[in-house]
Write a protein that binds this ligand. Sequence first.
Ligand SMILES: Nc1ncnc2c1ncn2[C@@H]1O[C@H](COP(=O)(O)OP(=O)(O)OP(=O)(O)O)[C@@H](O)[C@H]1O
Length: 302
Amino acid sequence: MEKTPTNVPENVIDCPAADAGEQPVIQIENLCTQFGDVVVHENVNLTINQGEIVSLVGGSGSGKTVLLRQMLGLTHPASGTVRIFGEDINQISQQELQKLRNRWGMLFQHGALFSSLTVFDNVAQPMRELRVLPKELIREAALLKLHMAGIGPEHALKMPSDLSGGMIKRVALARALALEPELLFLDEPTAGLDPNASESFVDLIRTLRDEMRLTVVMVTHDLDTLFALSSRVAVLADKHIIAYCEPAHVVEFKHPFIETFFRGERGLRAIEAMPDAQDSESESKEEKRPEIQPQHRQDNAP
Ligand SMILES: Nc1ncnc2c1ncn2[C@@H]1O[C@H](COP(=O)(O)OP(=O)(O)OP(=O)(O)O)[C@@H](O)[C@H]1O
């Protein structure tokens, strides 16, 4: 028997987007999720606007992965709506859903590359599946996406097993960008990376957001990444979004999860390292960022 959802707690904080004039890309309304007797989400509401980078955080089992899967149309909520680009993804046909899927990219936690395909083929495959692009264009576009993700053509014929963890993430990102998405989902994008690789991945995501006007939704436990990138942070706890604000405001909210997650030693260190405090330092990192050149062409490639 389904439990009747209770109302959202009154003491939530919900701040408007910094640029509230932007179009909403994701609109989740009154979403409820239940598995058997276990209620995971009760009346969850979340709007993500174009160009935002929103981090979804919450304790283990709070329902982050399920919510992400619901945004991807892989899992259906018990009730409520999930609109992506204005379409209710639980009401449209599989064909329409597939068209929408071509407008977003997903980076899975473990890269999710095909181990039997080369780096190049991993990135080219989503384009080949469209069955409309000529071979030469696919070749150029795949190499461009690899270049954007900081992977040179000398790696194109390598197998995933020959790559470092950081390179696998970059190739997976190139693959997620293959169809020029407007929206990017990232599941623990920096998990397993060393601090340098994480930092350069963060720079890359920021650059892509700025250059491609991407909207980004990420699930992360990495506070450095969260503070460096997020325009807003959505905190899932007690079956609700209890806070949805800029990182600096979310940390002020009194809730046991927030206090444990953000105000521990690591959290305080990450707050101190937030971009505002580091503007001059981040400029000195400029040369580390891969340049994005839309017409770039590699002649030595496969
Ligand atoms: N297919 C399923 N069938 C039954 N229960 C499920 C299913 N998928 C998820 N759950 C339950 O839903 C709850 C939320 O799971 P979810 O994986 O979204 O948590 P999470 O916040 O991503 O946790 P973590 O940070 O540990 O990955 C958990 O109690 C989980 O056991």
